[in-house]
Write a protein that binds this ligand. Sequence first.
Ligand SMILES: [Zn+2]
Ligand SMILES: [Zn+2]
Length: 372
Amino acid sequence: MLVKITAAVMEKADGLVTRRLIALEEVELEGPREDEVLVRVTSCGVCGTDRGCLHGQEPYPTPGVLGHEGAGTIEAVGRLVDNVRVGDRVMMGFPFCGTCRSCRRGQQRYCIHGGALMFSGHRLDGSSPMQKADGTPLAGRFFQQSSWATHTVALARQVVKVPDGIDADLMGPLGCSITTGAGTVFNELKPRPDSSIAVFGAGNVGLAAIMAAKLSPATRIIAIDTEQSRLALARELGATDVIEHGRDTVQAVRDLTDGALDYAIEATDGSNLVSEAVESLGQLGVCAMVGGAKASASVSFNHTGVLTTGKTIKGVLGGGGTTPDFHLALMRLHADGRFPLERLVRRYPFAEINQAIDDSDAGTTIKPILMM
Ligand SMILES: [Zn+2]
Ligand SMILES: [Zn+2]
């Protein structure tokens, strides 16, 4: 069964030269396999990783369809699917195989097939459910969802039913950026009482981390960014202090914390401030590397400086945690008004996808959500 859908097709990565290489076109989508679901996509976020692939910073085959913060309505389910039903409102989270060593240990974000599931553009068997109208194959499986489209086919295990009374179209970003920021605090750092936490980068990931830190017993929450408007929003969402990023950022953090910063989160979109984040930490401090960077990027830090202070430098993918539990927690916190992620969002018609990407690149919109 092939259905005709509309998808945002990336013909080739633009290498930052031009940002107009995405066009909406009619393509064909096959029906779900036994462990998959067909979703009528109603909204999808624009995330740093979409833009990284579009601009050639991160790998993705072309022609292909991006989008990995989708939400929508279940239209069909495969034979083995029992977690959702036709008509359910859902959001699509990180993909994972469910059977590897990491998945069996409850570490789905570190699925050993994660790289292929996210970036190959195909299922693990090499197939893709999308093709162009003329039969040209499409990499239609970004994060196993490619949801910059009116419909898509995803793995049932990555889909989470949105509880009644919650705006499902606002929940798509829980598939990546928002969960990444909040999960870093809740699942990985777990701030101890009266601790300090500094967030480098107050974009969608960093602001989600700040909202989560506000719900933690950390008492000093420092937001660092280059933009005053984002720092002002960070303050409204829970930052106790803000620092405009510049030459003396590390010293400014030390001054605020008497040199005893407990946690640093590097959540920039490719600026790679990990070295500064590590340097800002006090004794036994922990730095979480969370933000995206060029696939070839590396980080340096002083050997003695880390060794003698007992610092920890930790990679965090997607905020850790498990599907669906963690997504449901954030949805319910949001419903209670304790996790106001709507403050980050601006909605765009699907046809204005290039504008949404431009605004996100420029930083004028923190979290664009495309409305199909
Ligand atoms: Zn796995
Ligand atoms: Zn993402």
